[in-house]
Structure formats: C-alpha cells, structure tokens
Design a protein. Structure first.
Length: 555
C-alpha cells in the first residue's frame, strides 16, 4: 500500500509486514480489538515527531516552581510549563494525583492532555543515582560529569554525548568502556586516544578512522592489529617517536592543520557500505545481533521490529527512538525501557499496558497520565478501580477514533520544548518559519549569549593561564559565548590538548557530522561494481565497498 506523507508529501509504503505488526500491537479490551490505523506520515516524519519531544542537551538556569530553589533544567525560565526540581519530583514528596481530572467526552483527548500538561510540574532533569552531576541530562550511575547527555555508568566526563562505562574524557560522542579520550566518535574499549572515529581496542592513537586493535598509530585508516604506523606506513618504534615528536597536540595551528589533512585522507578511505554484525534478515545500518529488523539504525540485540533508532533489546516493536532493557510491544514511543505494551509515550520505565503518557515509572494499565510512580488503573492522573478502568478505557478509545486521534502520536502543540531545543533539530533542521508553520514553538537567541570576546585565547595550551576559566569566550563559528571550566583546563594541560575555539554545541554538531545520514540508498561497490545499499551520502569521495571486497581488502 503506497501513501503520501501528510507532513512532507513524500510517497512511502505501508508493507504487509507493517500491517501484520500493527495488528499484533493493536489493543484488545474485553474481547474487542481496537485496530491501530496505518501511519499517516512517512518513517522519517514519524521519527522527527518523536525526536521533537526530546530536549537532550539544552540546559538553562531557572527557579523551581514548587520549591523556589535555583535549579538547572531542560526547560527555560520562560517555558509555558511548570517545572519542578528533579530531586523533589522523583521523591515521595511529589504527588501527581491532585492534578487528575475526569475524561470529558465533549472535548478531543489531546486538548485535555494539554490542560493536564500545563497544570502539573514536569521534572527539571533526568539524573538517577549520580553524584556531582547537576549540569547534565539523561544520566544514570555517574560521577563528576559536566554537560553530558544520555550517559551512564561513567565518571569524569565533559561535553560527552552517549558515554557509557567510560571515564576521564572530553568532547566525545558514543564511547563505550573507554578512558582518556578527546574528540572521539563511536569508539569502544579505547585508551588515551584523540580524534578517533569508529575505532575499537586502540591505545595511544590519534587521527584514526576504522581501525581495530592498534597501538601508537597516527593519521591512519583501515588498520588491524598494527603498531607504530604513521600515515599508514609501518615504522620502527624510534622512527615513529621521531615523526610524532614533530607534532604538537597543544597547538591549535597544528591541530587544525591535522584536521584538514585527515579530512582529505578520509575522503579516499575504504568504507564498508553498511555495518551489519550478526544481523539476520534485517535492513538499516549499525545493526548488531538483530533478527528480522526493518529500516532500523543504531539497533542492537533486537528482533521482529521496524523503524527503530538508537534502541537495544527490543522485540516486536515499531517506531521507537531511544530505549532498551528488554522491552516488547512498543509502538510510537521515545525512551521506553524495561516495558511491555507501551504505546504513544514519552519516557516510560518498567511499565506495561500504558498509553499516551509522559514520565512514568513502574506503572501499569495507565492512560493519558503524567508523572506516575507505581500507578495502576489511572486515566488523566485520576485513580480508578480495575472494573471502572476496564469499562472506561474502551469508550475513550472509541472517542479518539471518532476525533481521528487514535493511532497518532502527540501533535507539535503538545511538545514540551521549542523545536530548536530538541534532538529533532539536529537530524531534521528547520528554520524558525518552517518550525512555526508546522505548529512547533521556537526559542529565539538571547543576545546576552552572544557578547564579544574581550580576552584572546593563546594559540598553545602551554601558554594558557588559570585566568581563562574566568574569561567569556566566543565561538569562532556561531559567535555564542562559552567557558573553559577548571576541570576541563586540567584535562587539556595533563594530556597536552589544544583548547577549543568552538562552543560545545558546535563541537557536538561537528562530531555528529562525521556520522552517516540515517537513510538507505542504492550505489555500486567501488571495487567490483556490484549493486549495494549504503547510508553514505550521494557524491561521497570515500571508497564504498561491498562486504566481500571490504573484508578482502581490510583484513
């Protein structure tokens, strides 16, 4: 079945497999099945909608609307929503039930949910079981981290997105079980490395792309089990040290020259068309231990699922962004973990049979609610008996079917954030005009964040004094102000790292730009001319190889 996306007008297919999974996901109440309708939007627009409900990295200082405490929050001071200090919100002191109300069958559901959303305080941040980590978001089991997001079981990380089981690193994106890393992307089990991209088990290396099990290598690509390589040339230990000594990592001029040189090298590098590791009957990219997964990206240990992004351990699920921990029957949801039968939700953990809800933990049989912990048989934050719940819910679904709301995710008017505060803007950028035309709010720039830099930043880290931590710097790209904090300066000095001239946001976007678009297209292998599917953008100079040619050439 081919349809036209209601958002972008692009044609897209609803496959028989889509319909079969939707039938499995559909709700059954008292013997009556409420079929989920086929999506009205294409997969990309559905992903964009889910992402628009996730502010992962933008932080503000403001007051808690409940305690009056000065707090850090993902909601700005001028947000239309009430905001509660995370420590209070996640404690037993916070009671979500006084905000409950009866369902009104004379009004659309989304309109009623909006009223609830505006009345109940929302959590300032998501930080769990962490120490000295107030200036972060979406963090669990961490210590001494600063301006990090989606980071877990880590310590002493700065400006890192998706750090896991890692430590003592700055400006990284998606590092796992790694230590002493700087400006690295998609690295696993690496130590004391700088400017590494898509590498694993490397030590004392810099400027590497797609290398495995390497030590003391510089400006190399596609290496396996190598040591003392410089520009992919094998050297002796003494030759390598002599060549490396000519490069000053603390010099901004040296680093920028190396960046440009490495960019030219990467353009001609052999790359694998797609990364599929033990991915059976699956399509997408960056798939590990998956089975029967269709158009999934960054997905691991999942099966029988469709249109997943950045998900682990999902089964029989569709249209989800960010989640994991053995979840099943998840549909059109973001950040669902350890959950079952959760649909059209934002942030549910250890829940089952939950519909159209925000920020729920350890709850079951809940509809249209916000902020419940251990809730059961609740509708719009109002408590019901099991019999009352089972009698009322089918009537609500029928009402939503009549209004055309059933089976659709929350509209932009219910998004808690301005569009350019969210991860959606990183992958699907809009102008202010475009966002407003689609019904999203937009956060205008604050002129106070763009003051002129009054003190020069010395070219070499060796010449930068302690006073820099009290200096307001201006990003050389966007002009936004940023600072170098003491723990950051300490890392740069100890590991001879050039101090950044870009603000944290521009550094994050530069790292994000090293990753492929999450979109499949047809191409041909540069080696054998066989037809291939890849996510590398059209016109790339990289040497995109099919699996057979890549493995033969690199290993």
């Amino acid at each position: 079945m081919q349809k036209t996306c209601e958002q972008c007008s692009a044609p897209f297919d609803i496959t028989n497999e889509d319909l079969a999974l939707l039938a499995r996901l559909s709700l059954t109440l008292d013997g009556k099945k409420f079929d989920l309708p086929p999506p009205r939007d294409c997969p990309d627009c559905r992903q964009q909608r889910r992402m628009s409900f996730r502010n992962e990295r933008t932080l503000y200082r403001r007051k808690c609307d409940i305690t009056g405490k000065d707090i850090v929050s993902i909601f700005p001071p001028d947000s239309p929503y009430k905001v509660c200090d995370k420590d209070y919100w996640y404690s037993e002191k916070f009671d979500p039930f006084p905000f409950g109300r009866k369902y009104d069958f004379n009004r659309p559901f989304f309109e009623q949910f909006k009223d609830l959303e505006l009345s109940i305080p929302l959590p300032s941040l998501r930080i769990e079981r962490s120490e000295n980590c107030d200036f972060n978001n979406d963090m669990r089991d961490c210590r001494n981290c600063y301006l990090c997001s989606r980071t877990h079981e880590s310590q002493d990380l700065l400006y890192t997105y998706r750090g896991n089981k890692s430590s003592n690193s700055v400006d990284c994106t998606q590092i796992t079980k790694s230590e002493i890393m700087h400006e690295c992307v998609e690295c696993v089990k690496c130590y004391n490395c700088r400017y590494l991209f898509f590498c694993s088990e490397c030590t004392d290396c810099s400027f590497l792309l797609d290398c495995r099990s390497c030590m003391s290598c510089f400006m190399c690509t596609n290496l396996r089990n190598k040591q003392y390589c410089f520009l992919n040339e094998q050297l002796t230990k003494n030759e390598y040290k002599k060549r490396l000594a000519e490069f000053d990592f603390g010099s901004e001029n040296h680093v920028q020259k190396a960046y440009r040189m490495f960019a030219d090298i990467k353009k001609k590098t052999i790359r694998r068309a797609l990364i599929h590791v033990n991915a059976e009957d699956s399509t997408g990219d960056n798939l590990f231990d998956c089975k029967n997964c269709h158009l999934c990206f960054g997905t691991q240990f999942s099966q029988d699922s469709r249109y997943l992004w950045d998900v682990k351990l999902y089964k029989d699920s569709m249209d989800a962004y960010s989640g994991g921990r053995n979840s099943e029957l998840i549909y059109y949801t973001t950040a669902g973990a350890a959950s079952y039968g959760v649909q059209f939700c934002l942030r549910t953990s250890e829940c089952h049979d939950v519909l159209y809800s925000f920020f729920l933990n350890s709850s079951e049989y809940v509809f249209g609610s916000i902020g419940l912990r251990r809730g059961k048989y609740c509708i719009l934050n109002r408590q019901y008996s099991e019999a009352e719940y089972r009698q009322l819910l089918p009537k609500i679904v029928e009402h939503m079917e009549s209004t055309g709301e059933w089976g659709d995710f929350f509209p932009p008017s219910l998004c808690p954030f301005a569009y350019n505060e969210t991860v959606a803007h990183e992958y699907f950028p809009f102008t202010s005009k475009e966002a407003k035309e689609k019904g999203y709010r937009w956060k205008e720039q604050d002129p106070k964040d763009y003051r002129k830099q009054t003190h020069p930043l010395p070219e070499n880290i060796a010449d930068i004094g302690d006073e820099v931590t009290n200096t307001m710097l201006a990003c050389s790209s966007c002009g936004r102000n940023y600072k170098i904090v003491p723990q950051e300066l300490k890392f740069y000095r100890e590991h001879t790292v050039s101090a950044p001239r870009l603000c944290p946001d521009c550094r994050h976007m530069r790292r994000l730009g090293t990753k492929n678009p999450l979109k499949l297209r047809e191409d041909t292998c540069r080696k054998c001319n066989k037809s291939i599917i890849t996510t590398f953008p059209e016109g790339t100079e990289m040497q995109i190889y099919c699996d057979e040619c890549y493995l033969k050439e690199v290993y």
